[in-house]
Design a binder for this molecule. Sequence first.
Ligand code: CTP
Ligand code: MG
Length: 219
Amino acid sequence: VVAAAGVGERAGAGGLKQFRPIAGVPMLLRAVRPFANHPEVRRIIVAVPPNCAAEPPQWLRDATGERVVLIAGGPTRSASVRAGFEALGAECTIVLVHDAARPFVSRETIDAVIATAARGVGAVPAVPVGDTLKRAMNGSSRIESTVERTALWRAHTPQGFPHRMLEDLLRRSTETSTTDEAALAEAAGHPVELVPDRTSNLKITTPEDFELAEALARL
Ligand code: CTP
Ligand code: MG
């Protein structure tokens, strides 16, 4: 399930963030391709803004077919993921949820997430926090303290789950503000494991991230 129905407010002007080209290739295509090229991925449901689902641009129309399907996302990421999950066939035993805003996911990461979820647990690709972390005093630039960073990881996508686990989580949750599905699993007491990922699987959020992405795409 690819979440691609956001508006990209923090990315500034320049059209829908997930449709914006990175070295000539729309970010959404870059995010979908490693899954489309993966032999174990049966179906790819892409949740896009409702107007785009109704009238996709030609490049997106060209990328869809029997295996890659467009659906209308919802007003929040959680709603979009939920809609995507509901559009999946029951033949999928493992479900991966990926953000269109992560165009550099590697084959190795997808493999590792599938392998972990296949053991019956949730899988979260992540990288250990490398910087020293500071906590600021309420609303100011004054530092209150240093946060212990050992044991802290930055969570990425694709996050993987056994179909039954995700179904259960989505059925029980009315939460719409969670930024990832793993949080639901953790709260419900399901085992969720970290899968070491690469720093290059970054999320594109701001205009500066697009500059980084351009450079990364040309490496
Ligand atoms: N997303 C979605 N449906 C929404 C909101 C977000 O599918 N209603 C997707 C985005 O398209 C993105 C992913 O969730 O691929 C992660 O969200 P984020 O990076 O925050 O993207 P946006 O919500 O589009 O950006 P912003 O928060 O700056 O508006
Ligand atoms: Mg957002």
